[in-house]
Design a protein around this ligand. Structure first.
Ligand code: GN1
Ligand code: MG
Length: 356
């Protein structure tokens, strides 16, 4: 099936014309499909675009266009790879009823998990620098590529509605549902925050595998997965780093007793992120970072659990119970962050020199 794409690709993309291309699967994204093209000396990334999730590809182009213009006068220390135009000058190419995008392959290293605490610092600093760099463009000018993507209150309401339609839940499903429903106070706190925080430009999916590091892992070469770049709050990007980088195990792990926050990695992340954003952050914004990890862990737990109850219609799963397990994983991580709030606050005080 995959090799049958090649003739259509070589005829649609001038850069691939008359080349002997091989193609294989790449990466671990849950939404788009990612493939690697190789002509023996050069490589490209081919992405099967998920139209069911991204209903507004024009908005993605619009947002990335604004940032590219900004980059012309204000260079950024790393790349934001944009789609290579096809022969009609378009970023998306339809092949066999499906849409694809082609990117230059950025050489470097991608990590699924960090293997040294300093990598947490480097990753967070890159995302923080990106927020500071894009600040002049203005979050309110960006279009919503997925409307209400990180609206925690709406994700919470969705779980309430979907679970209310279920006539039976297993005891373990009930336990997890009850935990998530008990998080209303965090949702209320979130609502007070979004009333007072400035809208920035955020990446909104700051997992470690959305960065390409230099081979020596000492710097960042590129930010990838740019489709969810849009207006957002700093706590989203910092929080998703905490959720994914400062956790002992990935979101797919099912060794329940071994899932916990690593406070020292929270400290590395905060030091790096703060380095990036400190010149622009308001005091409220700085404070919001303390609970950013909780917010993003809650939102992902709600989304995984909702998808489980809806029959896995959104996230790619390797087995039927996987979204349920991801929701349980995020519940354990969230509980653990809540138990560690005071420790995290004290790290925050030291990094920012402020009072919570
Ligand atoms: C999705 O496609 P991927 O894996 O980069 C999701 C993120 C989640 C993440 C969880 C558009 O990102 O919001 O944090 O899975 N992206 C979308 O692994 O829903
Ligand atoms: Mg990704």
């Amino acid at each position: 099936m995959i090799p049958s794409l090649i003739p259509a690709l070589t005829s649609n993309y001038p850069v691939l014309e008359n080349q002997a291309i091989t193609i294989k699967a790449l990466g671990e994204g849950l939404i788009h499909e990612t493939l690697l093209l190789d002509n023996g000396s050069e490589q490209w990334v081919l992405q099967g675009f998920n139209e069911a999730v991204f209903n507004y590809p024009d908005r993605i182009d619009y947002n990335l266009g604004l940032l590219s213009i900004h980059a012309e006068t204000e260079p950024l220390a790393f790349l934001l790879p944009l789609p290579i135009p096809n022969k009609d000058g378009k970023g998306l190419t339809e092949i066999g009823g499906k849409k694809y995008r082609l990117f230059d392959f950025v050489k470097g290293a991608t990590l699924q998990q960090i293997n040294h605490p300093h990598q947490a610092y480097i990753a967070a600093q890159a995302y923080g620098k990106f927020a500071a760099w894009s600040h002049e463009v203005g979050g309110e000018r960006m279009q919503e590529t997925i409307p209400n993507f990180h609206r925690l209150d709406l994700r919470f309401e969705k779980l309430v509605a979907v679970s209310g339609e279920k006539s039976t839940l297993s005891p373990e499903e009930t336990e997890i549902l009850d935990f998530y429903l008990s998080q209303q106070p965090l949702v209320d706190w979130y609502l007070t925050q979004i009333d007072q925080l400035p809208l920035r430009i955020t990446h909104n999916d700051t997992k470690i595998n959305n960065l390409i590091f230099a081979e020596d892992l000492q710097s960042v070469q590129a930010l990838i997965d740019l489709d969810t770049l849009m207006g957002g709050y700093l706590m989203y990007d910092f929080g998703d780093l905490v959720r994914t980088v400062a956790c002992s195990l990935p979101e797919t792990a099912t060794q329940w007793d071994a899932i916990h926050l690593i406070p020292e990695l929270f400290r590395e992340l905060l030091t790096g992120y703060w380095e990036g954003v400190k010149d622009m952050a308001t005091p409220e914004e700085a404070r919001s970072l303390i609970l950013g990890g909780e917010i993003m862990t809650l939102i992902m737990g709600l989304r995984f659990f909702t998808d489980h109850l809806q029959g896995n219609i959104y996230y790619r799963v390797a087995y039927p119970e996987q979204n349920f397990h991801r929701a349980k994983n995020q519940m354990i991580l969230l509980k653990n962050q809540q138990e560690n709030r005071e420790t995290l606050k004290s790290f925050w005080e030291k990094s920012t020199g402020m009072k919570p």
